[in-house]
Each structure stands twice: as C-alpha cells, then as structure tokens.
Ligand binder design. Structure first.
Ligand code: ATP
Ligand code: MG
Length: 430
C-alpha cells in the first residue's frame, strides 16, 4: 500500500473548508480586495531575503525542489548545478505576492489582494501543524498610514466574529517600531539577556547573538517566564513611534475592536516592522497548542529586500485554513449540516420503477434541488437506511402502486411522516 507523505492530509470532505473560503472571499471582496494566484514553485532566494536566514522556516523547514535534469547535472558536478537547484516550494504567500507585484510593475496603490492555497514547511506534524497546509493570505501593498492597520484588523475581527461566527478568541497586538527603534531596543534587550544568561536555554543563547528578538519565539516555559520581565520595545521607541502606536490603539478602540497588548509578540518571520498581531483561540476545546489561527503585520521594507527600487509600505495577514476548520468543527458540530443543501433521495422499489425514478430525479435537478437516487438493489428497509445514511431530508418512494397511480410517497426523514402526492406536486411538497 502506498500511503500519503508524512504531515500531509487527504481532505475527504471539503464542504467546511470551502464554506470558510467562500465566506472569507466574499468578505474580502466587500472590502475591495481582489483574488490572485502565484506559483507554488519559487526561487529559494525569495524567502532567504524576505523571511530571513535565521528564521526557523528558512534555516530548517524549506522544501527544495530538484528536477531530474538538475539532479543529473549535479551528479556530473556541472557548474550549472547551482542555478538549477535553487527552487523551493513556497512556505508562505506574502513574499510571493510582493514578488508578483514588483514583477508586474504595478503602479496603482494601494494594491489590495488575497490569495489562497498550499504552503509547505518541514515541521514536526501534530494537530493543527502540517507539512503541507493551506493559507488565505491578504495584503495591502503600498499604504503607509497606520489607519490602514486599524481598519485591516477591524476587517479581520468582523470576519471572525460575525461572518464565520468564531467563539472565544483574542486579538494580540504589538509594535516593533522602525529599524532604528529596533537597533536601540536590541542593545537594551541584550543587556537584559546577558544578565540572565545562566537561565537561558541553548537556543536562546544562540539567538542572542544571531537574531536577538527571536528569543521571544522560544518554546521553553522557563525562558518564557523570564521574558515576562524583559524590557519592552514600546518603552524605548522614538517619540514618533510612540505616537503612531497610540494612534493605532485609539483607532482600534474607536472601531470597537477588543485587543490585548503582548510585548513579546514578534512573529516568526523577519520582514515585519511596526504593527504585528495574532488572532488566537482561547477556547479550551479548540486547537490546543496550535492556537494561532491568523497572524500578520506591517512589512514596509519587504519590497526593497527582494530587489525593488522603492519601498512599498504594506500590511498583510494569513489565516491558517486547517486551524480555522478545526476550530469551527470543534465549536459547532452542526456546521456541516448547515453548509450542505437539503438532500432528496428517490427510491425505486424494483427494477421496473427505475426509469420513472430517474425521470423524477431529472425533474428535481431541473429545479436545482439537491437530489440522488438509489439504483443498487436492496430491501425497502435497507434502501431507506441508505437514504438516511446519505443524510436525506426527504425520501421519495416509487413502488408499483405509485407508478400505476402517477403518485409518489414522500417521507420526511426527520419526522418520519409520509404523504402520497401526485408526481407533478413533488416539487411544491418538498
Ligand atoms: P505558528 O506560531 O503556529 O508556528 P507561524 O507564526 O509560523 O505559526 P505564519 O507563518 O504567520 O505562522 O502563518 C500564518 C498562519 O498559518 C498561522 O497563524 C497558522 O494558522 C498557519 N500555519 C503556519 N504554519 C502552519 C503549519 N505548519 N500547519 C498548519 N497551519 C500553519
Ligand atoms: Mg511556525
């Protein structure tokens, strides 16, 4: 038996997944975003330059793609090997979207787009964490105002609270300031970490010298406990940054968006500056450890990082679609029923009634009613059982009597009541 690759999933029922996508797309379109798509294959360089070499994603989770030709070239120790090997499966969508924006030379900004699809990271698979997962990424490219950040988070908050009806979540926000703010902050943070270096785990000690703010990503409880006492960037930022940060919080309040400030929130990718945020589930039966279902922030210098002539200040976010699905399924077991249209199943009693049954199904389909027919032999009882298993709301029984009298027996599968009606009245009856 050939089994699927570790960390990937077969989606055997996409109804909830598609429902999330449809609702989210409609919501984004109402906020004047439009949908785009970019390739799954990208140059490795794109993510090295955007996410940063020291991030987990780039340093150990990338999937590189090697074609047979590239492999042969490599085995022949050919010089060209270097060019042909540097292709990867995208680990996220934002950098690709920015690349597409630059490649197309788009002049009209803000460019408000969204894109949904798979991303790949070689992580340890667990509930809510996969090696192929799916994101809905949305971006506003080319807009500098902090007001945009407030509106963007308010848009997401409305999506989760009202459109998708998610219960028990929180919006965590932080402000990473400008490059200068971070340079200043890193000195202060370094002093703090040096003072406590004996308490740090090995990874944090290493990060202290390579990419210092990444220490806040540490999964060790002891380190996290220590960091609650760490100095916060908001306390050392320049006056303009303090002002912008205050404006952002004020605007969120004016828009009635609840939030909590989490000073250690830095996000896992290096391209962020100023605003960063996460929507996390606080519902205990929800996602467990993988409780962040949406993360994002501002990335003002990503464009030049990946080779554009000018900076395009931007903000974006990505929703983890598997986590969103897990959350909705845990919170509302009826969701798949609500999503699927009501089903009518036609049951011909024997072979003689099958042609008539098929015509009735055709008539139902012409009226856009979700309908199916049972054509494989069985007893009446087993056919009703099968209709029930299929989730039928109505079953239409066609036996020899019905055939002779031009009628149909309609059974309401929820209440169990049966009525005999003329075949031409079936539609009005269901
Ligand atoms: P986490 O902290 O959970 O590892 P992240 O910070 O790496 O998340 P991002 O790169 O910001 O996540 O991706 C945005 C969203 O995509 C996350 O909030 C999460 O919902 C989802 N996501 C990220 N990695 C995975 C994965 N391996 N499997 C499933 N969903 C994922
Ligand atoms: Mg991660």
């Amino acid at each position: 038996m050939i089994t699927r690759i570790k960390g990937t999933q077969d989606f055997l029922d996409l109804s909830v997944y598609n429902w999330i996508l449809q609702k989210t797309k409609k919501h984004l379109i109402e906020y004047n975003f439009h949908e785009i798509a970019t390739p799954l294959l990208e140059p490795l360089e794109l993510f090295k330059r955007s996410l940063g070499l020291e991030t987990d994603v780039v340093s150990k989770e990338m999937y590189r793609v090697l074609s047979d030709t590239a492999l042969n070239v490599r085995q022949a120790h050919d010089q060209r090997a270097d060019d042909s090997e540097n292709i990867c499966l995208r680990p996220e969508l934002t950098a690709s979207i920015m690349r597409a924006f630059i490649n197309a030379g788009i002049q009209e900004t803000p460019w408000k787009v969204f894109s949904a699809g798979p991303a790949f990271r070689h992580e340890r698979p667990q509930k809510g964490r996969y090696r192929q997962f799916h994101q809905m990424s949305m971006e506003i490219i080319g807009s500098e105002s902090i007001m945009q950040d407030a509106l963007f988070m308010a848009m997401l908050d409305t999506l989760f609270a009202t459109v998708l009806n998610i219960k028990g979540y929180a919006l965590l926000i932080n402000y990473l300031g400008t490059r200068d703010d971070r340079a200043e902050y890193q000195k202060v943070l370094k002093k703090f970490l040096e003072k406590h270096s004996a308490e740090l785990c090995d990874l944090c000690k290493q990060r202290m010298n390579s990419n210092i703010m990444r220490v806040f990503d540490c999964k060790q409880q002891a380190c996290q406990k220590l960091y609650t006492a760490a100095p916060a960037i908001i306390d050392v930022m320049a006056q303009e940054s303090v002002f912008e940060w205050q404006q952002l919080k004020n605007m969120l309040e004016e828009l009635s968006v609840s939030y909590s400030v989490k000073p250690t929130l830095v996000r896992g990718l290096d391209y962020y500056n100023k605003t960063v945020f996460e929507f996390v589930s606080v519902d205990s039966q929800g996602l467990g450890a993988q409780n962040t279902f949406c993360g994002g922030g501002r990335y003002d210098t990503l464009a030049t990082q990946i080779g554009a002539k000018n900076d395009y200040p931007s903000i974006g976010a990505a929703i983890g679609l598997e986590r969103m699905q897990l959350l909705l399924e845990a919170q509302n077991s009826l969701i798949s029923h609500n999503i699927k249209p009501a089903l009518t199943v036609v049951i011909p009693l024997s072979f003689e009634q099958q042609p008539l049954a098929l015509q009735i199904v055709q008539m139902l389909h012409a009226e856009h009613i979700c309908a199916d027919v049972i054509v494989d032999k069985g007893s009446v009882k087993s056919m009703f059982k099968a209709a029930d298993k299929m989730g039928a709301q109505h079953a239409i029984l066609i036996g020899s009597e019905e055939q002779a009298s031009g009628t149909a027996t309609i059974k309401n599968m929820t209440t169990g009541t049966e009525v005999n009606v003329p075949q031409r009245d079936i539609i009005t009856h269901i």
